[in-house]
Design a protein around this ligand. Structure first.
Ligand code: ZN
Length: 165
């Protein structure tokens, strides 16, 4: 099922490894990153009209397969250290990352309504439990996270007063 070149692991700053505890692959930093720095630029290998567990949403009915492909091993956390900015196509560090640490992002920061929800096991004290997409987040949660401009626009429509504060 997996295409061979999906296994591409060549990167100067990251490597894919297997997390035995959660039984899944992850992307781990090979160097330190400062908060606010750009980890890398990204692009897309393909644009799909429907989401799947590997895609990142960039617009209405637009879901990209990330390039470089190893970026799809960036897992979700409710206390994320990185962010896929689909405006300038930069993968950004939003919390100090140390060499050996796993890159994580907040799935609802790019996903409005996820194809498959899942029960988060990120173990962070602020873990939200079931993750389904930005449209299901409560207003106090929305205030705590950074979202792409696309998702932010949809949240603004859905929760007008949150953004007027
Ligand atoms: Zn969590």
């Amino acid at each position: 099922m997996e295409i061979t070149n999906r296994q591409q692991t060549k990167s100067s700053f990251a490597k894919i490894d297997f997390d035995p505890k959660l039984q899944q692959n992850r992307l781990v930093a090979l160097k330190d990153f400062k908060k606010g720095s750009v980890i890398c630029h990204f692009s897309y290998a393909e644009i799909l009209s429907n989401p799947n567990r590997y895609t990142v949403q960039t617009g209405e009915d637009k879901h990209i397969i990330l390039s470089p492909l190893y970026l799809e091993y960036v897992n979700h956390s409710c206390n994320p250290n990185s962010f896929f900015d689909t405006n300038d196509f930069k993968f950004k560090c939003i919390q100090e990352i140390q060499r050996g640490e796993e890159f994580t992002f907040f799935y609802p920061s790019t996903e409005w309504d996820m194809e498959e929800s899942f029960d988060c096991q990120c173990m962070s004290p602020q873990c939200l439990g079931e993750i389904k997409g930005a449209r299901y987040l409560s207003e106090d949660i929305i205030r705590k996270y950074r979202f792409t401009d696309y998702i932010q626009g949809k949240l603004k429509k859905a929760h007008k007063h949150v953004f007027e504060l």
